[in-house]
Design a protein around this ligand. Sequence first.
Ligand SMILES: [Fe+2]
Length: 366
Amino acid sequence: MKFHLVIASPSFDEGLAFFLDELGFTLERITPSENPSLAILTGFGISICLDKNAEIGPVVIRVSTEDPDLHGLEKTGPNGTKIIYDLNPDEKTYPMSEEPSIAISEGSSAHWTDGRAGMKYRNLLPQGNWNYIASQIKVPGSGPVPDWVHYHDAQFQIIYCYKGSAKLVYEDQGDPFIFNAGDCVLQPPYIRHQVLESYDGLEVIEIVTPANHSTFSDHTMNLPNDTHHPARYFEDQTFIWDKAANRQWHSLETANGSSHEIAKTGIEIASARNGDVQLLRPSRSGETLSDIIPSPQQVSSKFTLWFVLSGTAVCDRSSSGQQRIYENDAISALNTHEEGMDVVFRNPSSDFSLLEVRIPLKPPEN
Ligand SMILES: [Fe+2]
């Protein structure tokens, strides 16, 4: 089936000349031969039905083009039909914020927006045109998710399961699996995937860069697919499903002699050092709980996000003082690599734990 865009052309011959001569369309069919009143024209990937008798007003057609000479140009046809040439959306560039920022997004005053299929989104970053997206996403209840096989052209993308669970399937990774609270996946660029079901009020934290990446449908692949190749490279990254159940904690000494506990996820290596995810919690010595002082590597990060998974602590920011933080709060440090950065989590409760997602200053050169 083919759709034609119907355009009214009361002055038929002039309308035809406009599309053929001025715009460069090709005539496919014209009828009747004597005193024609209908023509099918094609060009530039679209098909137009020029109709002398159509009772519709003039239309504005905004077309995207790669030709820089046409950008911004407007052409008006005899019936008021207007063509506006616009920049190809892929080539649109928006200036990205490079300003340093350390901000707290409080869970208690979170603003949720409606997404597709009943999903709710919360932006975890301060206002700004950042080259990163950090979201908390909720899918209420349990049931099938109206998703389809798709992929993204992002450079780094992780999803951490905060609450509930989901059934996911990924290209070359075998049967669908249950993604449980505390699990984290690295989605390498271009890996086909699909969310099949969600359970018990799924909540995930998703971090992705660059912000203007695209999502593509794959109508030809069904998942699970026949090949099983878990070690496959997508670009220079591999898929990884880091399970909370297998996580190992160990003590990390920091520069000033204090220590806290970290659990690594394997995402740093699997992502070819495009980013890293780890979990942090205080270490205990007797009755005393350590502060959490993020490692000095973060100073060279472009992006760090901490999400409070449980408990409470005091977030001490050199730039803007102390603030008590609670479960569901997110602390972001953006573009702080030049200023250096000083964020310390003091006086934690015994159940305090943080998700930490970090994106280094420069992508690796293999
Ligand atoms: Fe996706």
